[in-house]
Unconditional design. Structure first.
Length: 308
């Protein structure tokens, strides 16, 4: 197939492009490189890269769309909240209109952030969440929630085959050194023997999924014959406290870093744990890479990046 991937030079987009090309598809990747890195995508006869903003991109004739365009770490999406919100809203509208006109399928990358600071754990797809609509994180949280709304409106009103995946914390190679996410922060600080900055007391939890596992789920959703007509959680249900993650990374990197505690950011969620029963049932998918193995691969990647 000829497949369009928006956000192609980002962390997850670049892994998806590589997988699709390896599977024999022709891929068009677009990215404005505001947070993505051109180094993440390699030249290939079946891959064409276009530097462009998803907000005003004219979609060419394709067979399938993956819409991944959006900054995904707080340090990036809070630096330009208006653009973040517009990217999520205007971007998905352009993609949905193209899917409607061309009568093709589309996957919208949503996020566990739609659950906000959850009062229910594990988070199941039927949970409506606990989001502050005017907080510092709202440009991303509400942008993704609104993108789900318009996606389902296009599904119901126009019959567009749009599928929504709610992505939980994911990590692995191709993460940016300064992107502000917990795994990359801790690894870079540890490799540089800097203080490991833990926000709050570190008792908040995250459920970390390795990139290759997440990409496998995105492929499974693409290949699903029937539209599930529900968002699908994709992530690793094994929780770890942030403080324990910091200690684990210090150990794996054999770092001399010490852990320091800083003020907890506004609206920082205290818990992340996906219920992946639906993914198991519909996609026959669950993560395979354990945390220690995934972290070692990610540490090796950052060692190479820091040595450049």
């Amino acid at each position: 197939m000829k497949i369009l991937v928006t956000g192609a030079a980002g962390f997850l987009g670049s892994h998806l492009v590589a997988r699709l090309v390896n599977n024999g598809h022709e891929v068009i990747g677009i990215d404005d490189l505001s947070t993505g890195m051109i180094e993440n995508v390699k030249n290939h006869p079946r891959f064409k890269f276009i530097k462009h903003d998803v907000r005003d991109f004219d979609v060419p004739a394709v067979d399938f769309i993956y819409n991944l365009a959006s900054p995904a770490s707080p340090i990036h999406y809070q630096s330009n909240p208006v653009k973040t919100f517009e990217t999520n809203i205007l971007g998905i509208i352009r993609m949905l209109q193209a899917a409607k006109d061309q009568k093709i399928k589309i996957i919208q990358a949503s996020t566990s952030e739609v659950y906000g600071d959850p009062l229910v754990s594990p988070q199941v797809e039927s949970y409506w969440g606990n989001v502050n609509p005017i907080g510092l994180r709202a440009c991303y949280d509400e942008g993704k929630r609104a993108s789900e709304t318009i996606s389902f409106d296009y599904l119901r009103q126009f019959g567009v085959d749009v599928r929504i995946v709610r992505i939980f914390n994911t990590y692995g190679p191709n993460m940016a050194i300064g992107d502000g996410r917990v795994v990359s922060n801790f690894i870079v600080q540890a490799l540089n023997n800097q203080e490991i900055t833990v926000y709050g007391n570190g008792d908040q939890t995250r459920s970390l999924c390795f990139a290759s596992d997440l990409i496998e789920a995105l492929i499974c959703i693409m290949e699903l014959k029937e539209n599930p007509k529900t968002p699908i959680n994709v992530g690793n249900p094994n929780e770890i406290k942030v403080i324990d993650l910091a200690r684990k990374i210090v150990f794996l990197t054999q770092s001399n870093s010490v852990i320091s505690h800083q003020k907890l950011p506004e609206d920082d969620p205290q818990q992340r744990k996906p219920d992946i029963s639906l993914a198991k049932k519909l996609l026959h998918w669950e993560p395979k890479i354990n945390l220690d193995d995934g972290l070692r691969l990610t540490v090796d990647y950052f060692k190479q990046e820091l040595s450049k």
